[in-house]
Structures are given as structure tokens and as C-alpha cells.
Design a protein around this ligand. Sequence first.
Ligand code: SF4
Length: 340
Amino acid sequence: MRGETRSFRQRLLTWFDEHRRSLPWRTEPTLYKTVLSEFMLQQTRVETVLPYFECWLQRFPDFAALAAASEEEVLRQWEGLGYYARARNLHRLAKAVDQEGVPQDTEGWRRLPGIGPYTAAAIGSIAQGLPEPVIDGNVVRVLTRLQNDATEFGSAEAARRRFLPLARELIDPARPGAFNEALMELGATTCRKHRPDCLLCPVREFCEGHAAGRADSLPRLARKSTRRRTVARLFLLRDDTLLLEEYPADAPRLAGLAELPELPEPPPGKPVLTRTRAISSESIREEIHALSASHPMVKKILRRPGLRTVPLRELAAVSLSGPHRRWITALLAERKSGQA
Ligand code: SF4
């Protein structure tokens, strides 16, 4: 990176103070709002989080209110945001903070559920003024370009480790939270993955990648191979009841949530609905099949624990995973229009 660290900080923070996006967790910020936003923003875009954040704050305005809620209520409020382990961890964290008080350093935060090094540094710096650098994908992109570093990184963690010393050196000890947010904001809005807006960049004169004319080819990340698979699901509607599969409380991913039951394999015949979705490095084709209770494949799965029939009028009260609620709503609407 070119130039002096002190001028870099000043330039970046002045830009951030003038141009930062107005986000609800930045309005009258509190520790609770910072923690909540960090949990919701894990693997989820800001635009998706905004409506959930507002509703959540109305229902659970602070750690005590969240700690007092049942897990079922918490999951219902999270419904549609995905990665439900975050909701359960946040609930457990609220109980710990409510009972034992607020951690005062990043080590203390890391002992709480759902908190890794990134989230601990983000909460510690933004809400408590701790001089801890935060390195997310946006920050890696900015730092790689500032350094004109053409290393091919095998993983996000490898890139994070590489840039930790530089981030520690750059962070402004007087405003560590604002500095971290500014670097992330620069990556999200200006130093974008494709076609960075270098002409509008407040730190252009410090940037080696821009000077070398190859900023948009950085960072170099090893290509992840995408695994593709098909999941077949059952849509069994009988006498205005729908068959659902509820996951037990100790299930690793979807504890306490219900979904359309999975079939052992795609049956012959055309599905009534197909959707493709990406989860981590997997591309999953979901096929939903409307089969009767006498179909051999259905007979086979009916003995599975966790299956239950739910009257349609009670569906709204069931904690369904987000995509499944959308699929079921679409299929029921289609059925209704077919009956009309
Ligand atoms: S000059 Fe361009 S490449 Fe360099 S940090 Fe700014 S936006 Fe990114």
C-alpha cells in the first residue's frame, strides 16, 4: 500500500462519515442491535435482513426480552431468514448475557454460542470500541487491491489469516468500530467485486492495485467446485391436512422446524414443482411430487418418526423453513385456482 497509515485512516473515515448508508442498526446504536445485526447478516444480504431486523426489534427489543421467549417463538420470528442455527445461538447468547452480563473482551464473546473470530471482533470494535480488526470478504477484497497482492487463496480463512497483520496495523485506535465499518462499506459499495468504482474511491492514491491497472482481477480465489444433487419431496394432501416432517430438538440444522418430507429418491413422473437453490457449495434441485398415501414410496416413509399431518387452517402456526412455506403456499394457491 502507498502512503502513510495516518492519512489513509483519515481519508477513509472522512468518506465514511459523509457517505455511509443509513441502516437501522446504525440509528441510535446499542450493543443489542449490533449483536442482532451481526447474527442476521451472516451469509445474508443487507436488503434481505432489513425487514426482519425491524420486526425482530419490535418483538424482542433487548437481551432480556429475547432470553424470556420460548425457542418456538424465536424460530417463528426468524422464519424465512434461513440458517436457523443462528436464531438458536442468538437465543442462547441472550440467556447467557441476561444471566452473566456482557463480555468485556473478544475472548469473552467467543465463549458465547454462535460467535467466531469475525463476529467477536465486529461486536467488540463496533459496540465496545475494542481495537480488533474485522476481516470479511469485502475487507479481503479492499486489502488485496490496496496491496496489489496476486496470491491465489485456497479459502476465505487463508485470505483472512494473510491480511490480519495489515488490518491490525491499519485500524484506527481512536475509532476502531467506525474504521472496520468503513473498510467493509468501501468494499460493499465502491471497491465492488466487478468493476470497482476507483474514480470515486476515497483511498485511490493509496492503492497499488489501481496504480498497476489490475484491481478488478483481484483477489484471486481458488475456484470452489459446486456439488449438484436432487432432493425429492412429498406433497401429500388429504382431507385438508398436509403431511409434514418435524425435525427433533437435537437435529443439527433444522431443529424444531418442519418441512415437506423427503422421499428416498425421485419417483417416476413429473414433479408438481421444482426449484433450485444454493446452500454453501451445493446446488440443490428440489422436486416436489404429489403422491397418494397408497404409493409404495409413501408407504415406506410413513413409518418414519417426526411425520405429522397438519390441518391446513393450522399451517400458519407451524414453524416451517422459509422456502417450504413459499412452496406450500404456491401449491395450495394452484390447487385453489384449479378448483375454482
Ligand atoms: S482504488 Fe479502486 S481498487 Fe483500489 S481500493 Fe479504491 S475502489 Fe478498490
